[in-house]
Design a protein around this ligand. Structure first.
Ligand code: A2P
Length: 272
């Protein structure tokens, strides 16, 4: 798996398996097992997904050394509100059956995120986390964080797919040397982006699916996509994207599909 360097020098595999809405137990364990078998070395989970235990078990069962897998989890909103950041982190470690995570993210910019960031920094300095970052942060949240932070976030994980490419925020982050990860890169399960004619037409030129085109488009704009799948063939095909290049015109046509349509909540107005 190809890697890129983050602002603190740590390398991250450029595609990760997303497990949001993968069920606890066999479904998630299989997805992670198949992903690792097909060459993924980056798994993205969160406390709120309820499947950290399954992710951890699948990693342990694989014969791949822990240090060769980039593992992400996220701090949930209620644990920030109740000031239980450290407890939540330790619980995640326990469920993941590991003694460190590669990446720990503040999941949403809830009130108290600057205090939470201080805890992430402490865990980072004590080497329990290799990379610290945020998720669903807009420019205003990032600049508020900046005022309190000793360590700048290395990652911002945000919604981005062709119908809501979020390019302005991506450009802003990249200017600040914050690497961007895309959640729901394929539009989640509530849209029909995969059947978009233009994406399929572009794919045909390279003998690739529209999903592979979207994943490649992310790589070429230096965004790390985290496609979710629980299907063995789709998991495998989602990383078969290193043997073709989209042209500038292809990239532009995909950028033009933007309809400013989110599939998830707006980070400036969410109620959970
Ligand atoms: P499934 O898990 O059954 O494969 P996103 O990553 O944007 O959240 O999108 C995930 C959705 O897209 C899931 O419903 C997933 O279903 C589906 N999906 C993942 N990979 C592909 C693919 N290569 N082709 C079509 N659908 C896919």
């Amino acid at each position: 798996m190809h890697k890129m360097k983050l602002s603190n020098g740590i390398e991250i595999p450029v595609i990760g398996l997303g497990v949001y809405q993968s069920e606890f137990g066999e479904q998630t364990e299989n997805a992670v097992e198949w992903a690792l078998e097909s060459g993924y070395r980056h798994i993205d989970t969160a406390k709120i997904y309820g499947n950290e235990q399954s992710v951890g078990s699948a990693i342990l069962k694989s014969n791949i050394s822990r240090k060769d897998i980039f593992l992400t989890t996220k701090l949930w909103n209620n644990d920030i509100r109740s000031g239980k950041m450290k407890e939540a982190f330790n619980e995640s470690l326990e469920k993941l059956q590991t003694d460190y995570v590669d990446l720990y993210l503040i999941h949403w910019p809830v009130q108290g995120f600057t205090e939470a960031w201080k805890v992430l920094e402490e865990l980072y300095f004590s080497k329990k986390i290799k990379v610290i970052g945020v998720s669903n942060f807009h420019q205003n949240h990032l600049s508020e964080l900046d005022k309190a932070a000793t360590v700048k976030p290395m990652i911002n994980q945000i919604e981005s797919h062709p119908m809501f490419n979020n390019q302005e925020l991506i450009d802003y982050c990249q200017e600040q040397k914050i690497t961007v990860q895309a959640w729901s890169p394929l539009g989640g399960n509530g849209t029909n982006i995969i059947s978009n004619e233009i994406l399929n037409e572009i794919g045909k030129k390279y003998n690739k699916s529209s999903a592979q085109v979207i994943i490649r488009w992310n790589l070429q704009r230096n965004v790390i996509p985290l496609p979710k799948s629980v299907n063995k063939n789709r998991i495998k095909s989602n990383i078969e994207v290193f043997d073709f290049n989209l042209t500038d015109e292809d990239m532009m046509r995909i950028n033009e599909l933007n309809e400013f349509k989110r599939v998830g909540p707006n980070p400036d107005d969410f109620k959970f």
